[in-house]
Design a protein around this ligand. Structure first.
Ligand SMILES: C[S@@+](CC[C@H](N)C(=O)[O-])C[C@H]1O[C@@H](n2cnc3c(N)ncnc32)[C@H](O)[C@@H]1O
Length: 251
């Protein structure tokens, strides 16, 4: 269902963490053959927001998130650069405290002739009350963990530029935008514990919920496009969720 309606049904102060990648409000061609995908296999129904409504839409869903988060809660919001100012203004106007502005650098592969290739996303890490915010600095690496060159893995992992490759789909059906397992797992490990309740108001393929299930977090979410919602439910029901040699087996 529409998350603006759905979130009203959830009790105030019940959510530990929000990880979400809202619609972009760009002239996004969900069926275009990019990300190495075959467009005929991309599901129909992706719901986009007109650009002129983007600030109001962002403000409305963020206001609901603010109500739902526990005082210790936090949120990660993805945004492309084109509508970043609406996202930043809405976050400020709703009253979120910005903790970090993370850059996600990914590989792409679109050829551009007259401009640079966009190969990053912005991710705003924000919270309700910074003095109560939970963060687990050793959620992924110990202080003594080193790479082959003796550099601190703990420090490197906590820098605010994250280089993480996109994943390509193996199965038949697919959605046009899917966050990689690795980026969601990283956020969950630094900002939540097993048993916490995580919300994604814009589920798409259900990737946040799937990684929550793999890492033993509870999850709630909304998706307005029926085909995407059913696809996410199928993935959640049939997935095997094994992590083999550090590589997740994603449904
Ligand atoms: C960028 S995608 C999310 C991708 C997702 N993070 C993943 O990894 O697959 C945004 C999704 O929000 C959905 N959406 C747009 N408006 C919505 C609304 N008001 N309520 C719920 N879902 C909505 C779109 O249909 C789309 O699937």
């Amino acid at each position: 269902m529409d998350c603006l309606e759905g979130m009203r049904l959830i009790a105030s102060g019940s959510i530990d963490l929000v990880i979400t990648d809202p619609p972009f409000a760009i002239d996004f061609k969900a069926k275009r053959s990019n990300y190495n995908r075959t467009s005929s296999r991309v599901l129909n129904g992706y719901n986009e927001i007109p650009k002129q409504h983007y600030y109001t839409f962002s403000y409305q869903w963020m206001k609901q998130v603010m109500r739902l988060l526990k005082p210790s809660g936090s949120m990660y919001v993805f945004s492309g650069w084109t509508n970043l100012k609406d996202v930043l203004n809405a976050l400020d106007d709703v009253g979120f405290v910005t903790v970090n502005h993370i850059i996600w650098k990914y590989q792409f592969g679109v050829y551009t002739r007259r401009r640079y290739v966009t190969s990053h996303y912005h991710c705003l890490y924000v919270c309700k009350d910074d003095s109560k915010r939970r963060f687990y600095p050793f959620g992924r690496f110990d202080a003594k963990d080193r790479d082959a060159n003796g550099r601190s893995l703990h420090y490197r992992d906590k820098e605010d530029v994250w280089t993480i490759n996109r994943e390509y789909w193996n199965g038949d059906a697919k959605t046009p935008t899917k966050l990689p397992y690795e980026i969601i797992a990283k956020m969950l490990m630094y900002s939540s514990l097993p048993g916490d309740l995580v919300l994604d108001p814009f589920m798409g393929s259900g990737q946040v919920a799937i990684v929550c299930k793999m890492l033993k977090r509870h999850f709630l979410g909304f998706e307005i496009a029926k085909d995407y919602c059913e696809f996410a439910l199928r993935r959640l029901k049939t997935g095997s969720y094994r992590i083999k040699h550090g590589q997740p087996a994603l449904p």
